[in-house]
Ligand binder design. Structure first.
Ligand SMILES: [Zn+2]
Length: 450
């Protein structure tokens, strides 16, 4: 079939894939979607296994090289077949489960995160196989079904089957262009440590006349929280111990990142100066390489209208700490607890909720370099690409590196207004086609470069 026919055929299959409405949070169509992928990947020539030891099956496809003794590299594509719920439905302008083309866009739940990306990759592979036969590069697909609910079960599969997943490069599920229209290629993410602090001061809420003689839970809570910062700096003993400094190259890439303090301030009408000060490179480095301590919310006592003169017996606050490489989530939670004790807050209870470690990729790894050079030829030259050693958000890339010990590159067909997780999720059809071109040329260049 011609390349155009392949694009058309695979877009029809993509429509079926979206129609499967595989919402992990609602355990909807999970097994049937895994089976759909098994069929699709098998038809493409893959050796497909569906592991269903866990509630959410894992689809694994192997496209072995023509010459098993060759030293051709292995590339593993990581995707997920689950999507976020489509609700609120009334905010969609078209049916979320029907792939809709409008104004140069492809619209539907999962198109940007990350069903569209998977089909971009499959289309490119089909084109490559049509032109060259079985690819000389060893290609694997690892497609999980629970990414949107914290990759439930993924670590189990890694522990049991990671020998099958070994690779020289992990291509991450999705990504997008930035506000400047550059393709972002990102190599990892920050970790996270989530916990709650709570204080209990009595067995019931008291009349606030007692406040002259009875100390309340909320005062203890806010005092304990403010003791964790000293003039804006995180004041937790050992917090910065063991942090891996970014390499010079990572800093250099950070300095080239598309981030404008003025735009940020304008967009969100920020009331306070940025924490690292005015120097642009310091701001960019902090955004990518510094851990942060954030209060997600504080609650307790009377929170409704007018007045209630009450002395609350209980207060709770939720926190997240974004971690950088070298920090361990549970260890950081212990350090918070130790610091609170040291500051005299023995009464504050800490509950660790969840965490994951950070991972920062080496963007000079040879296969990533091939990818970057290829992307420049597809997207329009030196300045068409933004390369970042990490994102400021959190994801499971640490586990991938831990079990596979391979560099990671994330990129995809989204745009800043793609609305992943939101109504009217979309990608530009032009980005979809460019995405196919990128993967096709990447396969060719991988072969050539060996
Ligand atoms: Zn995703």
């Amino acid at each position: 079939m011609s390349k155009e026919d392949n694009i058309k055929t695979f877009q029809e299959k993509l429509a079926d894939y979206i129609q499967l409405s595989s919402v992990s949070a609602q355990y909807q169509n999970i097994n049937v979607t895994a089976e759909f992928l098994k069929k699709t990947l098998t038809e493409l020539g893959g050796q497909v296994q569906v592991f269903d030891d866990q509630k959410f099956p894992l689809v694994f496809a192997d496209f072995p090289t023509t010459d098993p003794n060759s030293d051709q590299p292995t590339v593993l594509f990581y995707n997920h077949y689950d999507v976020q719920p489509a609700e609120p439905l009334e905010l969609w302008h078209s049916d979320p489960w029907t792939l809709t083309k409008q104004d140069g866009k492809l619209i539907g739940r999962g198109i940007a995160d990350c069903k569209g990306d998977l089909f971009v990759r499959l289309t490119a592979l089909k084109n490559y196989i049509d032109d060259n036969g079985q690819p000389p590069v060893h290609i694997k697909f690892l497609i999980e079904g629970a990414e949107e609910i914290a990759s439930n079960g993924l670590e189990y599969y890694f522990k049991k089957y990671s020998n099958l997943f070994q690779t020289d490069l992990v291509v991450w599920e999705s990504g997008s262009k930035n506000e400047k229209g550059q393709l972002s290629i990102t190599g990892g993410n920050k970790g996270i440590c989530c916990f709650e602090l709570s204080a209990t001061s009595a067995n019931i809420d008291l009349h606030s006349s007692y406040a002259a003689i009875v100390d309340g839970a909320l005062w203890h809570l806010v005092d304990s929280i403010s003791s964790l910062r000293d003039r804006g700096k995180i004041a937790i003993e050992g917090f910065y111990d063991g942090i891996e400094e970014p390499t010079d190259r990572a800093r250099e890439l950070a300095h080239q990142m598309n981030l404008s303090p003025e735009k940020l301030t304008e967009q969100y009408q920020l009331a306070y100066p940025l924490i690292p000060g005015n120097e642009i490179n310091k701001i960019k480095e902090a955004y990518l390489f510094s851990p942060s301590l954030n209060i997600e919310g504080i609650s307790g006592g009377y929170e409704n209208e007018s007045v209630k003169t009450v002395l609350p017996r209980y207060g709770v606050a939720k926190f997240d700490i974004r971690l950088v490489p070298g920090q361990e989530p549970e260890d950081i939670a212990k350090k918070v607890e130790a610091q609170l004790k040291k500051n005299g807050f023995n009464d504050i209870k800490i509950d660790y909720t969840m965490g994951s470690k950070a991972y920062r990729s080496d963007m000079d790894a040879p296969l990533i370099n091939t990818l970057i050079q290829t992307a420049k030829t597809v997207y329009g030259g030196e300045n068409s690409i933004e390369v970042l050693p990490t994102s400021a958000g959190t994801g499971p890339s640490y586990n991938f590196n831990h079990y596979l010990n391979a560099p990671i590159a994330a990129f995809g067909i989204g745009n800043p207004q793609s609305g992943a997780h939101a109504p009217n999720e979309n990608v530009y059809e032009a980005d979809y086609l460019q995405g196919i071109e990128l993967i096709s040329r990447f396969f060719t260049n991988l072969t050539k470069n060996k």
